[in-house]
Ligand binder design. Sequence first.
Ligand SMILES: Cc1cc2nc3c(=O)[nH]c(=O)nc-3n(C[C@H](O)[C@H](O)[C@H](O)COP(=O)(O)OP(=O)(O)OC[C@H]3O[C@@H](n4cnc5c(N)ncnc54)[C@H](O)[C@@H]3O)c2cc1C
Length: 455
Amino acid sequence: MDEQRPKVVIIGGGFGGLFCARRLGRVGVDVTLLDRAACHVFQPLLYQCATGTLSIGQISRSLREELSEHRNVTTLLGEAVRLDVEQRRVTARRPDDSTFELDYDYLVIAAGMRQSYFGNEDFAAWAPGMKTLDDALSIRRRLFAAFEIAETLPPGPERDQWLTFAVTGAGPTGVELAGQIRELATRALANEFHSIEPQDARVLLFDGGDRVLKSFAPALSERASRVLEDLGVELHFGVHVSDVRRDGITVKPKGAGESRDYATRTVLWTAGVEAVPFARHAAEMLGATTDRSGRIAVDEDLSVPQHPEVFVIGDLAGRDGLPGVAENAMQGGLHAAASIRRDLAGSRRKKFRYRDLGSAAYISRGHALLQAGPVKLTGALGWLGWGFIHIAFLTGVRNRFSTVGTWMATIARANRSDRTFILGGSGHPEEPYTWESPVHQGNRSGDKPASGHTA
Ligand SMILES: Cc1cc2nc3c(=O)[nH]c(=O)nc-3n(C[C@H](O)[C@H](O)[C@H](O)COP(=O)(O)OP(=O)(O)OC[C@H]3O[C@@H](n4cnc5c(N)ncnc54)[C@H](O)[C@@H]3O)c2cc1C
């Protein structure tokens, strides 16, 4: 590292941070890319990993490998925990809880958002969100284990509980998950069980609004609803979830009306997002304003007011018209890098102009929505467009080839090649499930084992 060269610290190796680091490669600065997971995750395909189509390796790539050609870019594993604005210093925590410090001349905050439970943090114990690889693997474990547990139970309410899946939030992630669970039940798992009929699995999708996929044109979301209903997803609109527990969920109508309980052992949460904890701390240190979800207000060039040396990009950037999508993060990353280069060249920074290149959402096999300006595609055409876009932006050539190969195989045959799940080790109250050996379980939560079977 050259002591004379400006130091750029980028926090987060998602779409924003990765594109910024790539653009600064071979520029006269020393870049440190800090990420708490050390890999870039292609979040739009997390649901395929959760439902057994793709492996975690296919939708992620080590940042070190991805950026190895850029000699001026160092990638580090660590979680940013403190910001000293005066000293221009970030404190990062290693996984063993020790810390180290990084000095910067420029700071790019690209740490993204995490799942929000709207103040009901206790829901998280029973209802995993879907933002990280850990979340995807946790959901995979719950989905496939639920069918396995149901297979060991006699017909009755307990078995039905395991075969009922509740998904909260009818945005793209909720729709994708709900559709995939029904597809899993009716195709890949359909003929594999002896006691249960996987096709009987109920999938309930809850949302506070009045339609699925609100960011799409009404006609497209209407089409998506029909496809989901044909698939067997039960849609419940105008409700909010008032309780989530080990064996069920309670939903309340937004207007007048009675609350309703649904017995289920699997609740998946995609309903909201909020800033990661470091972002809230950074905003406070920078004297920046935030919105309710914790997005940090930024100037026209994506820098923090009064702090031209600090940029906030991607999902965390709080400015009208900037959506929480990958394209905004990628363009923001490129823009922050361009602004740094302009500073070094002594030219004026430009305003950030987000170019909406459209959006796509997968619904089920052969059905996806694609909306780009006046172009609105559904059905098989939308599906092809969706596939093309996702492959184009997936990180790593090897991942692209292997994902296309896996998709072909999945289309040709109903099976899913990445169904393996691992039990234990997470310390999460619902993982491993209550049927963990009673000797080892020590009856942690005081609950009875889920069934009379002692496997
Ligand atoms: C399930 C799902 C499906 C999606 N589908 C689509 C889609 O189809 N199309 C679309 O355009 N968008 C989609 N999105 C949204 C898109 O993925 C995000 O808009 C995009 O990832 C935002 O990029 P980002 O760089 O701001 O943050 P992220 O990609 O979230 O990256 C943040 C990075 O910061 C790291 N990090 C967090 N905190 C710290 C810390 N304190 N210290 C160090 N590192 C930290 C994380 O490990 C992560 O690598 C989807 C999102 C999800 C969750």
